[in-house]
Design a protein around this ligand. Sequence first.
Ligand SMILES: Nc1ncnc2c1ncn2[C@@H]1O[C@H](COP(=O)(O)OP(=O)(O)OP(=O)(O)O)[C@@H](O)[C@H]1O
Length: 244
Amino acid sequence: MPPAIETDGLTKRFDEATVVSGIDLTVPAGTVYGFLGPNGAGKTTTMRMLTTLVRPTSGTARVAGHSIENREAVVSEIGFLPEEPPLYDELTAREQLRYITDLRDMDGDDRIETLLDRLDLAADANERVGTYSKGMKQKTALIQALVHEPSVVFLDEPTSGLDPRAARTVYDLIGELTDRGATVFLSTHILPVVERLADTVGVLSDGSLVAEDSPERLTHRAEEERTLEDAFLDVTSERPVEAQ
Ligand SMILES: Nc1ncnc2c1ncn2[C@@H]1O[C@H](COP(=O)(O)OP(=O)(O)OP(=O)(O)O)[C@@H](O)[C@H]1O
């Protein structure tokens, strides 16, 4: 089976600034890739290239077997929960989600109801999105990213604004996605979650991939027992953590 995501020298420059610099990464199908990096490292820009929202300056990538040049083919295979999800304030959650399944020309009503139930949003799903709390909007956007059962899912801080119960449901959903063979590209600053869920962790710093390994190997690289947070601080700093 071809990798779910494969990049070759993926690079993005904005004017003079290189914000993503020659990234080579491979994500096998059916796995969770934890994508870490300090603020401004280039994670969102990388995700925007992989989801065809921004064109790379150079380099290439394939997602779900399609070149990212082929926007329509990639978009048909992926789900994306961006940092600032696109929702229509004047629609209800149910209308918003039906709009998405209609756009994708699918009969998704059962799946919409199942996900609304799972995320405890069913009772409010006929209220307008504009009246929702941050967490309720996040739940709506998350369902929007998953409703069409995509084979590759990009999640940018999926539990942002969610209460602990809803966050737990999201982690369960991520596990269910990979159980059925889907791939999850997960960007978050919540390192214990990455430690628990990710098969592979990639750390981006100043636009470059500075470390890539399993969470276990990243945390056991040094002699003594470390957390993923220690490893993260180490590979994203000029000096090793121990020397500070
Ligand atoms: N459209 C743009 N024009 C110019 N610079 C941009 C643009 N988009 C992003 N950048 C710059 O690219 C760099 C990387 O931004 P990006 O949003 O990809 O980082 P990030 O790793 O997602 O950060 P965070 O963890 O804070 O969300 C930043 O310096 C940002 O200012």
